[in-house]
Ligand binder design. Sequence first.
Ligand code: IPE
Ligand code: IPE
Ligand code: MG
Length: 265
Amino acid sequence: MDNFTLTNKKQTDDDRGIQVDLSKDGLIPRHIAVIMDGNGRWAKSRGNIRLFGHKAGVDSVRDITEACAQLGVEYLTLYAFSTENWGRPMDEVTGLMQLLVQSLRSETKKLNENDIKLLTIGQLERFPESCQRELKEAISLTSGNKRLNLCLALSYSGRWDIIQAVKKLAHQVKEGKIDPDDINDELITSELVTADIPDPDLIIRTSGEFRISNFLLWQLAYSELYITNTYWPDFRRNELYEAIRSYQKRERRYGKTSDQLQRNV
Ligand code: IPE
Ligand code: IPE
Ligand code: MG
């Protein structure tokens, strides 16, 4: 499946060449997670309202999703709405919900044509009924797809995720199903909402903020971070390639020494 149509643009030979080089030069991250930040400032710098920036951000989502699928990335997780974002002015929250519904309606068919499976993590039950319905439908329509898993973090926060996992484990202890001493790394991982998703290899944050903002707190223990000043609506595939190039130059030591890694011990 070579003819991706998410952006309605035919891939140029130059772009394909860059992707081939990237794949030859090093490992393509299996899971990329993105904190898509800076929509509001992007709009403000153009004398426009914040929602204008969120709308423009959808074009970046399309381009980055398409490029990830072409590159063979298996999981792309996009932080689209945090638990804390519920505290924003009501008109912005409502506008974001409408944008989500509109985008699901207009994009689901294209996700299917491109073999992309939609997933979500977060407290979906906090969303309006209409939004939940639209999401469930898009998830079910794309459930058989295999090329790329596109995971939207919606009403998500890392602390919320850890709390709901701890609660489930506490219940299992209470019911005598597990012993408190059984609780380990794997068991906690298995109760997080990301249980079926590998930890991110690369986390990208746009708009120059050096913080995690309650994203995948447990899961990013050993993720490589890439922070760029670019606002999300301006973040397109060429910067994604830069982030991957930066990732490919890193040495992921997981607490070991460089020497140990080279000797493979
Ligand atoms: C990110 O952009 C999108 C969401 C959090 C929904 P922002 O809306 O946070 O934009 P800035 O950071 O205020 O510029
Ligand atoms: C993080 O951006 C959340 C999303 C991108 C969805 P925020 O704009 O909410 O983060 P802070 O407030 O700058 O930390
Ligand atoms: Mg922000």
